[in-house]
Unconditional design. Structure first.
Length: 415
């Protein structure tokens, strides 16, 4: 038992003895678990301290000092990845606060973040990897072709191009692919769609989510299987897709307030936003090794290192790749401009994917190889029409959906 000042009381603390006010009047019985309303009442009554079980002011103050020390460590660590120069916007400041809260909570549970290793290689040595003889179009030649995709994707697209395609016809085609069928049903029954009643048939799932979304899901699932041969020294593919899913989910949530009818395209744009980086890892391992080292040396996002060495980045390469698959705009454009959403030529609606990528990187949900949080482009946040204070709710909602969609794509492996 110890005495705790009223200002240090918290909900759930248990009174160790009967509480009386300064005039001796009975206020609350021993053993009562305190509520916020009761604590406010104590302050009104002028009660300065109470006896509670297992706590006293000294212990509470010691705990507070320890918590503040952990928070300072978390803030110092994140400042290396998310420097002050990139959080002058109110939304970025709020995002940094959320990141510190999350990391500090994990550190209090025993988690220790990996030290940030800043490169020391001479810049002139790293820039010997510069190539100006390459183009995105040239790199895409000989890369993953549509011929590499499973037959189910083409059967769905062929059926969609007929004027009489129905949910029943599509269900017959999809039903022949058990993997796609299972993933489709898991997805429509997840919080991503949040339908009030369970969906238990493929035809009903297609009727609800739409034929375009079905084709998109087939493309997404096919892409997961096609891009599976990237060296582990660059990126873990499970972590890559976790980052991609996170970007897709956040892009969809950010876009919903402005264009709910087209929110699925933002999920796909987020899911595919870093496909070009996989091509770079596969086709240009030496140059990407230099780009990764240059990024760490400068404390800059990886796409800036790509541009420095190649003259273009993975976003532009991803745009060309999707176009080579005959994916119609604006999806390739949304991918191509996700680091430059306000540049000339950027499609309307590029901001959600740009901001979603920043969220995913800052929250460290998976990775495609980039360590540092990029800058928020001027006007991108304002284009969303969202208050900075809404970020916390978006993150909470998004994390639940990310976990469920990872389960859809990878079965039980959703860590």
């Amino acid at each position: 038992m110890g005495r705790v000042g009223t200002s240090n009381l918290k909900e759930g603390m248990v009174l160790a003895e009967n509480l009386r006010d300064s005039a001796g009047r009975f206020v609350l019985a021993s053993g009562s678990a305190l509520t916020a309303k009761q604590i406010r009442m104590f302050k009104i009554l002028g009660i300065l301290a109470v006896s509670v079980e297992g706590s006293d002011d000294e212990a509470i103050e010691e705990e507070r000092r320890a918590t503040e020390a952990v928070r300072r460590r978390a803030e110092a660590h994140l400042s290396l990845l998310f420097p002050p120069s990139r959080r002058d916007h109110r939304a970025m400041a709020e995002l940094f606060r959320l990141c510190v809260d999350r990391l500090a909570a994990r550190m209090e549970e025993g988690f220790e973040p990996r030290p940030v290793v800043v490169g020391s290689e001479p810049l002139e040595l790293l820039r010997r990897c510069r190539r100006r003889d390459l183009t995105p179009e040239g790199l895409v030649l000989g890369e993953v072709r549509l011929a590499s995709f499973p037959d189910i994707y083409f059967k769905i697209r062929e059926l969609l191009e007929t004027p009489y395609a129905s949910a029943v016809h599509l269900a017959e085609v999809v039903g022949k692919d058990p993997s796609l069928s299972a993933r489709l049903l898991r997805l429509v029954n997840s919080s991503f769609y949040a339908f009030p009643q369970p969906i238990d048939s493929i035809s009903r799932a297609i009727a609800i989510i739409g034929t375009t979304e079905l084709s998109s899901l087939a493309l997404a699932v096919s892409t997961l299987n096609v891009f599976d041969r990237v060296p582990d020294r660059y990126v873990d593919m499970k972590s890559f897709w976790q980052h991609a899913v996170a970007c897709g989910v956040f892009a969809r949530l950010l876009a919903a307030s402005r264009d709910a009818r087209q929110e699925e395209r933002f999920f796909l744009a987020g899911l595919f936003h870093d496909l070009g980086r996989l091509v770079l890892y596969r086709r240009l391992p030496r140059e990407m090794t230099c780009a990764l080292a240059l990024s760490r040396r400068l404390g800059a996002p990886l796409h800036e290192g790509e541009r420095d060495l190649l003259g273009f980045d993975h976003a532009r390469l991803g745009q060309v790749l999707l176009a080579s698959w005959h994916i119609p705009d604006p999806l390739p454009q949304l991918v191509g401009f996700h680091h430059s959403p306000v540049d000339e030529g950027a499609p309307e609606g590029a901001a959600p994917v740009h901001v979603a990528d920043i969220l995913s990187l800052a929250l460290q949900i998976g990775t495609s190889g980039s360590l540092f949080v990029p800058s928020l482009k001027a006007g991108a946040w304002e284009a969303l029409g969202i208050e900075a204070e809404a970020l916390s709710g978006i993150v909470i909602q998004g994390e639940r959906q990310i976990k469920e969609i990872m389960h859809v794509f990878f079965g039980g492996e959703n860590s």
